[in-house]
Design a binder for this molecule. Sequence first.
Ligand SMILES: O=C([O-])CC(=O)C(=O)O
Ligand SMILES: [Mg+2]
Length: 210
Amino acid sequence: MTGFADIPPTTLADVLDRSRVMDIGIRPLWTPVPRVAGPAFTVRCPPGDNLMLHAAIYRAEPGSVVVVESGDLDHALAGGNVCAVAHRRGIAAFVLDGLIRDLGEVRELGFPVFARGVIPIPGTKSRLGAHGEPVRCGGVTVGPGDIVVADEEGVVVVPAARHDEVRTAARARLAKEEAETLDDWERAHRARIEKTLSEQTALGGTASTA
Ligand SMILES: O=C([O-])CC(=O)C(=O)O
Ligand SMILES: [Mg+2]
C-alpha cells in the first residue's frame, strides 16, 4: 500500500511541478483503465531490445509499477505473454517509453499498460541494460522507489524523498475541494475571473467582452 491509490494524478499535478508529469505521448493503451499507484521498478532497455524488461517481470515486487526507458518506436518491448506473467506475479502496471504488441490479449487480461502505442514487430532479447537505476520515461527522471500514479488523466511520479510531504499536501487539497459546493466554487471563481479581467482591461488589455 502506497497511500496514493485514492489520489488522482490531477491533484498530484496541482502540488508537483511539470517535471514530475510524463508527456502526453504516454497513454493508457486500453480504456477505461483503473488508476494504478505503486513504487517504480526501473528498467533501461537499449533501443530495439527488450531483454531487461523480460527479466524484470521475474524481479519486480508485487504491487510495483515497471517503468521502462527505451528510446525506440520500431519494436515492441512486451506482448500478451509478458503482460500475463507480470499480471499474475502481481505487478501493478507497465509504464513504457516505447511500444507493445498483442494489445487485444493485454486488454482482455485487464493489465494496465501506459505506453506510446502498438507495433506488431518484437524486439530482440539479447542486450544488457539496467535495473534499479534512474531512467528517463515520458520526459521524467524516475528513480527506483518513486511512486508512480497513473490513470486516464496521465502519469505522475512522486519522488521517493517527498512521499509524505506530497501525500499530505494532496490530501489537504482533496479535502478542501470536497468541502466546497459547486455554488461556492462558482462564486469564488467568478469573482476572481471578473477581477482579473477588469484589472487587465484597466491596464490597456485588448480583450473585448460583451
Ligand atoms: O515476444 C515478445 O517480445 C513479446 C510477446 O509477443 C509476448 O510477450 O507475447
Ligand atoms: Mg506474443
